[in-house]
Unconditional design. Structure first.
Length: 162
């Protein structure tokens, strides 16, 4: 099915890769209204099996939060992607996060942005579900979402069309 999907994509589309390996779920399943009500934009979430958070596209790091719990990358095509590592993890104040990228840095798809220690984050009682949101969703005519299931880092999870 994924091969068929790729054969018929519009030239004005961009595939967004999974920033982390794990289990892809609907954004509606995320236990946070800012995400499940799509307040911040359309997207998906990954329940990570690894916490090496990588760039989902070629582009520029538009934001790295000082606490390391979130990063934003803007693709060369202008797609603004927010990666929010866990829910309410801002409260950890940077503990268990290591940041490798900086704001304004040019990145390639798959390049390491940050890492998190999922065992320690979970031990503190936090949900590690990681939403991936297109913040400027309204700028696009269509956002296709990959079917839920196991995903590998870099595997297409969203397709955005002008």
């Amino acid at each position: 099915m994924k091969l068929f999907h790729k054969l018929f994509l519009n030239k004005d589309s961009l595939g967004i890769g999974a920033p982390v390996a794990g289990r892809l779920i609907s954004i509606k399943e995320v236990d946070d209204p800012a995400f499940n009500e799509e307040v911040l934009g359309k997207g998906v979430a990954v329940v990570p099996s690894d916490m090496r958070i990588c760039s989902p596209v070629d582009g520029k790091v538009s934001a790295i939060f000082p606490t390391g719990h979130a990063a934003a990358v803007t693709s060369k095509e202008g797609v603004e992607i927010l990666i929010h590592v866990g829910l309410d993890t801002v409260k950890l104040k940077g503990r268990y996060f290591t940041v490798y990228a900086h704001e304004g840095q040019e990145v390639k798809k798959g390049e390491l942005l940050l890492e998190a220690d999922i065992e320690k984050i979970q031990a503190e009682g936090y949900d590690i579900t990681t939403p991936i949101v297109i913040c400027n969703s309204d700028d696009f005519s269509k956002i296709q979402i990959t079917e839920p299931g196991v995903v590998f880092q870099g595997e297409e999870i969203l397709n955005v069309q002008k």
